[in-house]
Design a protein around this ligand. Structure first.
Ligand SMILES: Cc1cc2nc3c(=O)[nH]c(=O)nc-3n(C[C@H](O)[C@H](O)[C@H](O)COP(=O)(O)OP(=O)(O)OC[C@H]3O[C@@H](n4cnc5c(N)ncnc54)[C@H](O)[C@@H]3O)c2cc1C
Length: 392
């Protein structure tokens, strides 16, 4: 049997088209508008529009909603190429990489027509509304409640750590709709207009300066047509959406710019009259980062390939999530050691090595093993679903 790990001629042509576009149009400023969770500014929105107008978005989406009906690999190529440049995300990535896939699988035809074309064009964004003060790892403990009232639901309660809500158009909200049964069978997923009367957003700033939010619902009315999938199946739809998140959000190529930055730093920084690159400890650390980035890429490609071939995935995307998020922490920890005491200097200081990017990434990296589910819970999933071990 021939093993071919390369791209086909058509896939390679698409990759080159994307690469040429990004080399021309993507700047660090635009990329950071996505990775700092502050929302797309004027430049980011213009970039998203150009990406669409250049015909590079939506290749893996069905034609009837504005895509090209091609296999998922085209979106993975796009994500990998973006990641290689300034660790960029696809613009408005929650819609494009997380909620959109669930709408496609579970949404009504009316919902697909309303949302998918705008998601594919990179025009709208969603904030994920899962976590509550008492329900994080264990989402079955959530309390937010939607009460039926004619053609509407009236929603009350609180969410926390809902990151994109201060700039997104829609809230992807999971709450209880039946309190009389097990929560797994009594939750429903809704799409709510972020500017609906009764929603209050209270910002929470992380230690790396990113914004996430507490969200309060006070008698917020949502039409029944905004239920995603089936009433009371929200828990299962939410798990599906989290599955998509793992394969599309944990993109190892996003660490390549850091690897290149460190190689450049080691080659161009002198210590005791020699470039740091000649120091065996420094070389080892940089080589180890390269090993781990490469390994993570192979694991991610394996899970992506399974998704593409519609194979049953038990724990493969979870393995990618655990490995990629922990890689980020290990990488930046090694980088801080290589930069030595200068590593503490922030962006803006003329003495900050690598423009202060490593210092920022160090502070940011703590959230990667928490957001989208913690590493501990991820390992439980791998043990139970992947390896058939009993619940701990
Ligand atoms: C910056 C940031 C952004 C976020 N953005 C969003 C967002 O946009 N939308 C959203 O809905 N949520 C978001 N989250 C929330 C995130 O998904 C939760 O924080 C995460 O799932 C953990 O939940 P928790 O904070 O309640 O911690 P807990 O669930 O209380 O966990 C506390 C500790 O106990 C451990 N633990 C819990 N259960 C187990 C178990 N069964 N076995 C072993 N260990 C266990 C955990 O690993 C953790 O170390 C964000 C979080 C952060 C920090």
């Amino acid at each position: 049997m021939a093993w071919d790990f390369g791209l086909s001629k058509e896939e390679e042509a698409y990759r080159q088209q994307v690469a040429e576009f990004l080399d021309r149009e993507l700047t660090e400023e635009i990329a950071r508008q996505s990775w700092e969770d502050l929302g797309l500014g004027k430049e980011g929105r213009a970039f998203a529009r150009k990406l669409w107008e250049s015909g590079l978005l939506g290749w893996s989406w069905p034609e009837e909603y504005g895509g090209r009906g091609m296999p998922p690999i085209y979106d993975f190529i796009l994500l990998d190429e973006l990641g290689k440049r300034w660790s960029a995300h696809v613009p408005n990535d929650v819609g494009y990489t997380m909620t959109g896939h669930t709408i496609l699988r579970r949404g009504s035809e009316e919902m697909k027509k309303e949302f998918l074309p705008r998601i594919i064009r990179g025009e709208i964004e969603f904030g994920l509304g899962y976590t509550e003060p008492e329900a994080g790892s264990d989402l079955a403990r959530l309390k937010m409640y939607a009460e039926e009232d004619g053609d509407y639901y009236v929603i009350n309660g609180q969410k926390t750590f809902n990151t994109e809500c201060h700039y997104s158009e829609y809230h992807w909200l999971c709450c209880l709709t039946d309190k009389t049964v097990s929560p797994y069978k009594g939750m429903t997923l809704f799409i709510v207009d972020m500017n609906a009367p009764g929603i209050t957003i209270r910002p929470m700033t992380t230690m790396s300066g990113e914004q996430t939010n507490e969200i309060f619902y006070d008698d917020v009315r949502v039409h029944k047509s905004r239920i995603v999938g089936e009433k009371n199946k929200g828990f299962y739809h939410m798990m599906e959406a989290l599955g998509s998140e793992r394969n599309y959000v944990f993109v190892p190529s996003r660490y390549r710019p850091y690897l290149e930055m460190l190689i450049d730093y080691a080659k161009n920084t002198m210590y005791e009259d020699k470039p740091l690159a000649e120091n065996p400890m420094v070389r080892d650390k940089i080589a180890q980062i390269a090993v781990e980035v490469e390994t993570a890429q192979l694991l991610a490609d394996h899970a992506r390939w399974m998704e593409w071939n519609q194979m049953t995935m038990t724990c493969e995307p979870e393995i990618t999530k655990v490995v990629v998020s922990e890689l980020e922490q290990k990488m930046v920890d090694s980088a801080m050691q290589i930069l030595d005491l200068y590593c503490q200097l922030e962006e803006g200081s003329k003495y900050a090595p690598c423009g202060g990017r490593i210092e920022w990434e160090f502070l940011h990296s703590f959230m990667t093993t928490i957001g989208a589910g913690t590493s501990e819970v991820g390992r439980n999933v791998i043990a139970q679903r992947g390896l058939g071990l009993p619940r701990g």
